[in-house]
Design a protein around this ligand. Structure first.
Ligand SMILES: Nc1ncnc2c1ncn2[C@@H]1O[C@H](COP(=O)(O)OP(=O)(O)O)[C@@H](O)[C@H]1O
Ligand SMILES: O=C(O)C1=C[C@@H](OP(=O)(O)O)[C@@H](O)[C@H](O)C1
Ligand SMILES: [Mg+2]
Length: 177
């Protein structure tokens, strides 16, 4: 695996369907890094599907599990894609800020709505009575607060986002990729 002393890990944050998993795996391939989808790590550690954790422990219970697993993540030279709700976890975000450069994949409300499709199937953490728009407005300040780098995805496909990110990282960290 390639090693870059100035950039150990990269964490992608953003709304569900902003492309953290899709862009993350492409970016990892481009940089020669590992790819860690934290939803999968949670399922493996818990021996349960995300939707089973939510059904058995409720949304608050799921958020506690997500906070703990992210806060204990120990990886190097990796692109990390946590779930969109990770920003509610204070310990998780403190840890991710410490071990990685945090990139916010910013997508307009309209694009999130179009991409998301069925919210229940995706298991998005949406409290009773809350609309997707409410959720978007509640979360944006958190994503902005935690971001070291923001990439506006409007009108750019996944490959284009990887290109844009690669050049930002090259400029900031002197990556040779
Ligand atoms: N830049 C992009 N432009 C258009 N569609 C995208 C882009 N990035 C991801 N997608 C699509 O959006 C959906 C959600 O992507 P996903 O990687 O699962 O998001 P997340 O992990 O942030 O929830 C997928 O169907 C994917 O193909
Ligand atoms: O934003 C959310 O509330 C969630 C997003 C999901 O991950 P993605 O952001 O990868 O879709 C998953 O962690 C969980 O179902 C909750
Ligand atoms: Mg994902």
């Amino acid at each position: 695996m390639r090693r870059n002393q100035n950039l150990d890990n990269i964490t992608l944050i953003g709304m569900p369907a902003s492309g953290k998993s899709t862009v993350g795996v492409l970016l990892a391939k481009r940089l020669g890094y590992s790819f860690v989808d934290v939803d999968i790590v949670i399922q493996e550690q818990e021996g349960r599907l995300l939707k089973e954790i939510i059904a058995e422990e409720g949304q608050e219970g799921f958020l506690r599990v997500e906070n703990r697993v992210n806060a204990e993540l120990s990886v190097h030279n990796s692109v990390i894609a946590p779930g969109g709700s990770v920003i509610y976890g204070t310990e998780a975000m403190e840890h991710l800020k410490k071990i990685s450069t945090v990139v916010y994949l910013k997508l307009s409300y309209e694009a999130v709505e179009e991409r998301l499709g069925n919210l229940t199937d995706r298991g998005v953490v949406l409290k009773d009575g809350m609309t997707l728009k409410d959720l978007y407005e509640e979360r944006i300040p958190y994503y902005e607060q935690y971001a070291d780098i923001t990439v506006d995805e409007t009108g750019i496909d996944a490959g284009g986002i990887v290109d844009a990110l690669r050049s930002i990282l090259e400029e900031r960290f002197g990556l040779e990729t």
